[in-house]
Ligand binder design. Structure first.
Ligand SMILES: [Zn+2]
Length: 67
């Protein structure tokens, strides 16, 4: 794998870990689209379907790098 591809892969893995650790399902997705996979939201992230915004404070650098 090239260096750039490796870096990209690392970023993707980190995103995945962030989502696994801090992500919550959009409550509107769960309520309105119970059969679909809900959008997973990180703090302050907005659901593209519903415009619902997660109200938790943004992740700190510490939390970010802990994932
Ligand atoms: Zn949603």
């Amino acid at each position: 794998m090239s260096e750039v591809a490796e870096m990209y892969q690392g970023m993707k893995d980190h995103k995945k870990r962030l989502r696994a650790k801090y992500g919550v399902a959009c409550p509107e997705c769960v309520r309105l689209l119970p059969k679909a996979n809900p959008t997973i939201l990180l703090p302050q992230q907005r659901c593209r379907i519903h415009g619902y915004r997660d109200s938790r404070p943004e992740l700190t650098d510490q939390q970010y790098s802990d994932a």
